[in-house]
Design a protein around this ligand. Structure first.
Ligand code: SAJ
Length: 434
């Protein structure tokens, strides 16, 4: 085996599981991160993120001395870069968000001093088309003594490839091993060496293409999901106007053998699907019309949910003339970005709850079974509550995330005065099969 030592730059939701799985296959792995807390936690055999099965793998890998973390890079046979690729904040209304590649540039600066002839550098971070070539250019600028694929082709000292991660948060350990892997080398040799590396643990197929196509493939996967969810969200708003149960409608339409509509919700969250489509739009704004429209539809869904709350509040107050707005208790069920995880980053449910925390004059109960305390951004009007208590006490319930404890809850045993079910788990369907 030509790979004995591996370095993973960025020990987050992708980098840490990848580093741990390589280490579990008895390769020496050095994980590098700028976050000292993450580095110290990992070196104690613990993890700083929540991901099923990962804690045990990291514990064993650190105990057996195959996995180590550091803030400083060391020489290795292969370097995998798994750092965030966010977009730049913009103040201009309607402006297309632009990708922010500074973490990748920093990663290039981190590894450049320790690069050696024969090394393989893989960019795993989801990236706009052309980023792998940009990474190779940055590395060449920092190490003019080495040759790179853009100039030396298959004879280059350093091989560079893009192999995008495609794992689903919550199922990362399983999907890392079993998913097929797209391998986009800057040359054929870069691809072949990357396949050799991933075959150490990947049981899915490793499919070779070029770096640009691999970049676009990853963006296409997430944009395709975003467009499909936008279609479902648009249907939910159409159905609300037409007094049709959208979940019943979608389940009927999906009985067609060639129709597969996703589910509406309170908006699209996470750091992938709500971000990556912009990488396509920012490069090709004139062509990427559906992709941009889908982003706008999904981003506008939280405001639509808040308008529903206002409608329910007005109804409640007109039905109960003695009640004032400040007497009304509202409950938000779920603030994570999707079901059964604790991740609140880029969560439409969290944004809705925070907005309500400003708008609503009465008490606010937040039910989030996957966290221990509320984020500090909430004011004292909001309290973290148990599901049963919130269901009994609330006048208006907003179901924002389809966490398992919510789907298991028997809604028939409670009379919620006003319910906004953004996930359709408590909305009765009228579909009878014979
Ligand atoms: N959502 C809906 N309706 C649906 C499905 C999802 O509203 O029918 C919402 C979720 O609630 C959530 C958001 O979309 O807010 C994103 O959730 P997700 O489960 O669709 O995706 P992520 O962001 O957890 O992971 C995605 C995955 N990509 C695809 O399924 C194409 C994963 O495979 C990628 O590796 C990951 O992005 C990534 O890292 O890019």
């Amino acid at each position: 085996m030509s790979f004995k030592t591996i370095s993973v730059i960025g020990l987050g939701y992708i980098g840490l599981p990848t580093a741990a799985i390589f280490a579990s296959r008895k390769l020496k792995v050095l994980g590098v991160d700028v976050n000292e807390h993450a580095v110290n936690t990992i070196n104690q055999g613990k993890i700083h993120i929540i991901e099923p099965e990962l804690d045990a793998i990291v514990y064993k890998a650190v105990q057996q001395d195959y996995l180590q973390a550091s803030t400083i890079a060391q020489p290795a046979d292969a370097f995998l870069i798994a750092v965030p690729t966010p977009f730049k904040a913009t103040d201009k209304a309607g402006a297309i968000p632009q990708p922010d590649l500074h973490f990748i540039e920093q990663a290039a600066q981190t590894i450049a001093p320790v690069l050696e002839k024969g090394n393989l550098v893989i960019l795993e971070s989801t990236s706009p088309v052309g980023t792998t070539e940009q990474l190779a250019a940055w590395l060449k600028g920092l190490r003019p003594d080495l040759s790179f694929p853009q100039d030396a082709g298959d004879d280059a000292d350093i091989n560079v490839a893009h192999c995008p991660e495609r794992v689903l948060p919550g199922k990362v350990v399983k999907e890392l091993v079993h998913n097929d892997r797209v391998i986009g080398g800057m040359t054929q040799r870069c691809s072949e060496r990357s396949v050799e590396l991933y075959k150490i643990f990947v049981e899915g197929e490793c499919i070779i293409t070029n770096a640009r196509t691999a970049e676009m493939a990853k963006l296409t996967e997430n944009a395709s999901r975003d467009v499909n969810i936008a279609f479902a969200n648009e249907l939910s708003m159409i159905c609300d106007e037409l007094d049709i149960n959208v979940w019943e409608l979608i389940s009927l339409a999906n009985r067609h053998p060639r129709v597969e509509i996703l589910q509406p919700g309170p908006g699209v969250g996470g750091h992938c699907i709500a971000v990556d489509p912009w990488f396509i739009v920012s490069r090709t704004p004139k062509q990427a019309k559906i992709i941009q429209q889908a982003r706008q539809i999904n981003d506008a869904k939280p405001a639509w949910v808040l308008a529903q709350y206002q409608q329910k509040l007005d109804q409640l107050l007109s039905e109960n003339p003695d009640q004032k707005a400040e007497d009304v208790t509202v409950a938000c069920l779920g603030i994570a970005f999707k079901a059964d995880i604790d991740d609140l980053r880029e969560s439409p449910a969290l944004n809705i709850a925070l907005e309500l925390n400003q708008l609503h004059q009465g008490r606010m109960l937040i039910v989030e079974p996957n966290i221990e305390q509320l984020p500090p951004a909430f004011n004292e009007q909001a309290t973290l509550s148990k599901l049963n208590d919130a269901m009994i006490e609330a006048d208006i319930v907003l179901l924002l995330v389809d966490h398992k404890p919510f789907t298991r809850f028997d809604i028939k045993k409670i009379n919620v005065p006003k319910l906004i079910d953004t996930r359709g788990i408590w909305t009765p369907h009228h579909v009878f099969t014979q």
